[in-house]
Write a protein that binds this ligand. Structure first.
Ligand code: PLP
Length: 398
């Protein structure tokens, strides 16, 4: 018996059974449909990509996994080296793990211990955004601001170590003024807050956050598990404003296998580098640096670079703006577009009831949540397929 994610099992409708997948298409026994969700935003090259599949097969013929405790191997060394060159500035120090949530946990642990290692014991708090989502494990739920997790607040009472601010500069400045001595880090999903409702905000907020973090000696963490690898129309938002710690997941392996990485800059790494064993980072997921995951991640980044994916994403954004331009309806609050993400926010969540089946019957897989009907398509989508996705979204309202 499978316990499905985010579902009331008693009332859940049967999930669609996938029997094959290729390019942007998912196949069920009855039909084919375009995956407009990219399997939770990860399958950026589409399914059954020959280069990625070959990379994983080749590695499986050699070995699939060895632990990183006391051992190392070519795929993980190559991937760390690749990331060092691919990522901006001195974001050079890669700690691998098996999921985005764990990679965020590692980032938060790094930030706290960075200050403990320096003897600054009062820096126990984290600054985070309202509507933040950083994963489903306990600390990530705490720094998150997801209504679905408010049962935790009911059970535990107020959050003691997390302060939430909206994406507005005056509120940010006030929070720094009040709490800067107690903060070890600020964590954000930069420019685009995904699971909190596809909320988009301005770069000036991040520029100000960087300035305040520098002034008060607070570490800045970018959780780019969702936004990384082009989704916002930037390779990484970290190309525009550089964080101290960058978290990548989801599209890291092109959606082939779960893997993630927490990348620290030189300053953070140096905060642990010591003759004192107690200053080491005590973390080590069993499957960190998995050889299949590293091989496919390397292949994914190579394809991303060689085939000019940034141009593909720009084209997706242009087509989306053209097709959605001026579209409105009295049930729609707002249409938002950024890079390879489009969100139609409706006034009442009820408006989206039945949309998934409606889309399915028109050959599109969609998974609306909260008040959001959205698409985050694989970057290899054709113009015709993208128009089909957008037409289906519009058709629901007509
Ligand atoms: C999906 C997501 C995570 C969690 O990643 P998992 O691999 O599901 O644990 C963390 N942060 C953000 C911004 C995400 O979108």
């Amino acid at each position: 018996m499978i316990w499905y994610p985010y579902q009331q099992m008693k009332t859940m409708k049967d999930p669609y059974k996938i029997i094959d997948a290729e390019g942007v298409m998912l196949k069920t026994p009855e039909r084919e449909m375009i995956d407009s969700v990219s399997s939770w935003w990860s399958v950026i090259h589409g399914y059954k990509h020959p280069v990625l599949t070959e990379a994983i097969k080749k590695q499986a013929d050699c070995f699939s996994h060895v632990m990183l405790g006391g051992l190392t191997h070519e795929p993980v060394l190559k991937l760390a080296d690749k990331l060092k060159n691919f990522l901006p500035g001195d974001l050079d120090y890669c700690f691998f793990s098996d999921s985005g949530s764990v990679a965020v946990e590692v980032a938060l642990k790094m930030a706290l211990q960075y200050y403990v290692n320096r003897g600054e014991m009062e820096r126990t708090k984290v600054l985070s955004l309202t509507h933040a989502y950083h994963g489903d494990t306990f600390k990530t739920m705490e720094v998150g601001d997801d209504e679905d997790y408010h049962f935790i607040l009911e059970a535990y009472g107020e959050k003691k170590n997390v302060i939430h601010v909206p994406t507005q500069i005056p509120a940010l400045e006030q929070a720094f003024e009040k709490y800067h001595q107690q903060l070890n880090c600020m964590i954000v999903e930069p420019l685009l807050q995904g699971a909190g409702g596809m909320r988009m905000y301005d770069l000036s907020f991040l520029v100000r956050a960087r300035e305040l973090c520098d002034r008060y000696g607070v570490l800045l963490i970018f959780d780019e598990v969702a936004t990384g690898f082009g989704r916002t129309g930037n390779r990484f938002v970290a190309d525009l404003v550089q964080p101290d710690i960058l978290v990548l997941g989801k599209a890291l392996t092109g959606g082939y296998i779960g893997h993630a990485v927490t990348v620290a800059n030189r300053k953070v790494y140096d905060g642990f580098y010591s003759d004192d064993a107690d200053k080491a980072l005590m973390h080590g997921p069993t499957f960190m640096g998995n050889a299949l995951a590293c091989s496919v991640a390397l292949a994914s980044i190579e394809v991303f670079e060689k085939q000019d994916y940034m141009a593909k994403i720009k084209r997706i954004e242009e087509i989306t703006r053209r097709e959605m331009g001026g579209f409105s309806h009295n049930k729609i609050k707002e249409v938002r577009i950024m890079g390879g993400c489009v969100c139609v926010e409706v006034k009442e969540a009820d408006t989206l009831k039945g949309y998934q089946q409606f889309a399915y019957e028109r050959g599109v897989f969609s998974r609306p949540f909260l008040n959001c009907m959205y698409a985050m398509v694989p970057y290899i989508i054709s113009e015709e397929q993208l128009i089909r996705v957008l037409d289906t979204m519009k058709a629901w309202f007509l």
